[in-house]
Design a protein around this ligand. Structure first.
Ligand code: AHG
Ligand code: MN
Ligand code: MN
Length: 341
């Protein structure tokens, strides 16, 4: 009798992974479990957003000067509360908080890890029922254990990431996370309330035929960037062009498609945003870590995103990310006319 493929839950998977590292203590697994719990709580509100008072604007702006949606605030508060109770996390930094937050209870100050997150990515899509997500990054702290975490813990380059990933609240709810070893996807099984392994060892296709960018900004791009968009749109049967253009407007959703189908997602610098729009520590680094672990590439136009040394908590970063062939091609075009128009 062929045994039915056993469902492997996120917790079972992370514990099995921990066994590969004899010196591992299971704290990283515990943090992933806690992020999963917080995202299941967020998912519950997302699923009935139209029925509960969670749609619309919160009536305040965040440190980015962006109007906060009610779900931004709910997701942020949920992640902070769950991670504070976890006692495996020394502190957090959030896209929605001006400053980082230290957890100073007697357990948390001895924790080895800090977590950074974009609690709700794609806020502009909440009210129109398009996919949205949560993006997270886990670093080993560099400050002294037993004392409160410090700014340096949150300003580490992406190469130092221990794990990073996202949860996408889409047609199904999935958690995808990477360690240096591999990228694995887990689909939420609502009847048991567990994320279950559905996409083991995910790889980003080496070549892609989809380009993803807010083409409405084209007039503000560099000449090189405009040339790359022309290249994507001109017909060339041998090279499989014109490519398809897809843009959902939630980074998590555009990145999930890029990871699975290949292609490139871009948010370049432009005339009004010299460093682009997306945040290095909450969006670009975690996605760059994940796509590289899946065999893809991520550049800011001049270097690997993971090599960028963060100077401040909320700095932005231009991003070209996805299949190797397209990232290299886009960066080459973008540097052709080095100046931004
Ligand atoms: P957030 O909702 O966390 O602010 O992120 C929105 C980001 C990202 O998800 C998306 O790729 C990008 O903003 C879309 O920006 P435009 O609307 O300017 O295209
Ligand atoms: Mn975001
Ligand atoms: Mn956000």
């Amino acid at each position: 009798m062929n045994s039915r493929r056993k469902l492997i839950t996120l917790d079972e998977f992370t514990i099995q992974e921990t066994r590969k590292f004899p010196q591992a203590t299971g704290e990283l697994s515990a943090i992933l479990r806690d992020i999963g719990l917080a995202c299941k709580m967020i998912n519950k509100q997302v699923l009935k957003a139209g029925l509960v008072d969670i749609l619309g604007k919160h009536g305040a702006t965040n440190v980015q000067g962006e109007e906060q949606m009610k779900l931004d605030v709910y997701a942020n508060e949920t992640l902070i509360a769950v991670l504070q109770n976890s006692s495996e996390c020394a502190g957090i930094a959030s896209e929605e908080n001006d400053e980082f937050v230290c957890f100073e209870d007697e357990y948390s100050v001895h924790s080895k890890y800090v977590v950074l997150f974009d609690p709700l990515d794609g806020s502009s899509n909440i009210d129109v029922n398009a996919p949205i997500g949560t993006i997270f990054s886990i670093y080993r702290r560099v400050s002294e254990l037993g004392k409160p975490c410090t700014a340096e813990d949150f300003l580490q380059e992406g190469n130092k990431l221990m794990a990073a990933g996202y949860v996408i609240y889409g047609s199904s709810t999935m958690m995808v996370y990477a360690t240096k070893l591999s990228v694995n996807g887990f689909t939420l099984e609502p009847s048991i309330g567990e994320f279950c392994l559905s996409h083991p060892d995910m790889k980003c296709p080496e070549k892609g035929k989809i380009y993803s960018i807010n083409q409405g900004n084209t007039s503000k791009y560099s000449e090189g960037m405009k040339s790359f968009l022309d290249y994507c749109m001109e017909s060339n049967k041998e090279e499989g062009r014109p490519y398809s253009h897809r843009y959902i407007g939630s980074m998590v959703a555009d990145m999930h498609r890029t990871l699975i189908k290949g292609g490139i997602f871009m948010y370049p610098a432009d005339k009004s945003n010299a460093k682009g729009k997306l945040r290095l520590q909450y969006e670009c680094n975690p996605m760059a870590f994940l796509i590289e672990a899946a065999g893809g590439e991520a550049s800011d136009g001049t270097q690997r995103i993971l090599d960028v040394q963060p100077a401040e908590l909320h700095e932005r970063c231009p991003i070209y990310i996805g299949s190797k062939n397209l990232v290299n091609k886009a960066v080459a075009f973008a540097n052709e006319a080095a100046t931004v128009a």
